[in-house]
Ligand binder design. Structure first.
Ligand code: PXG
Length: 291
């Protein structure tokens, strides 16, 4: 397996960075999780725009252009003969000293591209639906660190993920500091109520997921159902007609239990099943060709 590291394709064993990299020392850096399907990279422009925005927000200059990043990503996929799977882009602040000050990072930020197989949830979860709990760990306040920065510090989400694991469920819902639903640890959350589709707005602490945007478009344009970004509490999740999560890794996954309450009849809903179908279609037919 080849990994792109600062302009070179290196073997996995040689893909190493310094212990003085501020990405390691402080989580000072940004990343993206992207997927390729059927010889095409899905929503690449949106992922590149998002990592550039994340970098901008933390005042980190990505040392290559978006076009160069796209070329490097395609080159890495080709080197690994990969037509589908997971692509991880990472930009770290680079090598510095044992101090917070990014001015001490004298080398340019490191750019890393890893392509790998994706570890999927089992098929049964898509057919039967999954379960979530509400995490005690709250999403970070946007005035501390915007949830829209996909930074290398995911401890907040990892703590909540561990709560899910401990409870024996697949994901945890994270509330914002005010107690409103924000999102899950690596997925956005949606509910269906009275024929309409609802998801918390970014202002409630949700990352503007690329799968989230795709599903909002599909619901509006293909399924012709009303969509609204609206504040919600767990009451709205418990009493929803349908619930599902979206994310690059999970795609669209039905949720049938939340905090031990069955959602509706405890089976994946009709709109969810339709969205899964439309999403599958789109991922297979669109995207930047790997060539
Ligand atoms: N919220 C958070 C906090 C995320 O990290 C999403 C929502 C979904 O966004 P996209 O753009 O993917 O639709 C994410 C992204 C993993 C993993 O290993 C998950 C993400 C990123 C990287 C790895 O589960 N989720």
């Amino acid at each position: 397996m080849k990994i792109y590291l600062d302009g070179k394709l290196v073997d996995r064993e040689d893909a190493k960075i310094s212990v003085f990299d501020h990405g390691l020392l402080y989580g000072d850096g940004v990343f993206e999780g992207i997927r390729a399907y059927n010889g095409r990279v899905f929503r690449l422009k949106e992922h590149l725009d998002r990592i550039w925005a994340s970098a901008k927000a933390i005042n980190l200059t990505i040392p290559i252009s978006k076009i160069e990043m796209e070329k490097a990503l395609i080159k890495t996929l080709l080197a690994n003969k990969q037509t589908e799977g997971y692509i991880r882009l990472i930009v770290t602040r680079g090598c510095g000293d044992l101090g917070l000050d990014p001015r001490k990072c004298t080398q340019p930020p490191s750019v890393i591209i890893i392509t790998d197989k994706i570890s999927l949830y089992p098929d049964s979860l898509y057919e039967k639906g999954g379960e979530v709990i509400t995490a005690a760990t709250r999403r970070l306040r946007p005035d501390s660190l915007s949830p829209n920065v996909k930074s290398l510090n995911y401890l907040n989400n990892i703590m909540a993920k561990m709560e899910a694991t401990k409870a024996g469920v697949m994901e945890a819902v994270m509330l914002n500091a005010e107690g409103y639903v924000a999102e899950c640890t690596g997925d956005n959350i949606f509910i269906v109520k009275d024929g309409g589709l609802f998801t918390p707005p970014a202002s409630e602490g949700a990352l503007i997921g690329i799968t989230r945007d795709t599903v909002l478009e599909l619901a509006k344009n293909k399924l012709k159902i009303p969509v609204r970004e609206e504040r919600m509490t767990m009451y709205n999740v418990y009493t929803a007609d349908e619930c599902f999560l979206t994310g690059t890794a999970a795609e669209v996954i039905p949720i049938v239990r939340a905090d031990a309450r069955e959602i509706a009849d405890g089976k994946p809903g009709k709109i969810t099943v339709n969205l899964i179908k439309e999403f599958k279609n789109l991922t297979r037919l669109t995207g930047v060709p790997i060539k």
